[in-house]
Design a protein around this ligand. Structure first.
Ligand code: S3P
Length: 185
């Protein structure tokens, strides 16, 4: 019997279909690390969080790096670290929210990887970041205001990602499903 496309279950990407890194980009608080870890588990791929890798290499937290050396130095380290990760090996990488704004990093990710923009409204981001005080850019002003300003500046860069995926109030597993469907399309 012929199968009908309209009734077909949605297709999900599997490990066998992934031939390059998958890089999650987007604002602070959108869930890149949590979603990335789960995505990596579903695909049986290694997971790397760029902030964690920078902290491990420096022996300092991101907050301490900003305080001690300033944002520009942090961005240099972030650029170098992500460049090292953009070999051809399939893996899932969650980036810090500012990484994809850097012209060099963005060009490299777009060339070498599949970039996924995780999106959510500012009020959802503000609620999520309020759970932890680890983000230096949000320490000196109203986090919701800073997030809205950063979003306005960054959106046009994030929009260059290959896939745009909503990561609203639903379960993280739902976001992972959406990513796997987008990767299969
Ligand atoms: C930043 C986001 C943070 C971290 C640093 C700067 C940003 O990562 O890299 O605090 O500029 O948006 P998360 O997006 O994982 O919070």
């Amino acid at each position: 019997m012929p199968t009908s496309h309209t009734n077909a279950p949605p297709a999900y990407a599997t490990r066998a279909t992934i031939d390059r890194p998958i890089v999650l980009i987007g604002m602070m608080g959108v869930g890149k690390s949590t979603v990335g870890r789960r995505l990596a588990t579903r695909l049986g791929l290694p997971f790397i969080d760029s902030d964690d890798a920078i902290e491990e290499a420096a022996g300092m937290t991101v907050g301490e790096l900003f305080e001690t050396y300033g944002e520009a130095q942090f961005r240099d380290g972030e650029r170098r670290l992500i460049a090292r990760l953009m070999d051809k090996e399939p893996k899932v990488v969650a980036t810090g929210g500012g990484a994809f704004v850097d012209d060099e990093t963005r060009a490299l990710i777009l060339e070498m990887a599949t970039a996924i923009w995780l999106k959510a409204d500012v009020d959802i981001l503000a609620e999520r970041v309020s759970r932890r005080d680890t983000r230096p850019l949000l320490r000196h002003d109203d986090p919701a205001k800073v997030l809205a300003e950063l979003m306005a500046k960054r959106e046009r860069f994030y929009a260059e990602a290959h896939h745009h995926i909503e990561s609203g109030n639903g379960a993280h597993e739902q976001t992972v499903d959406r990513i796997l469907q987008a990767l299969a399309s």
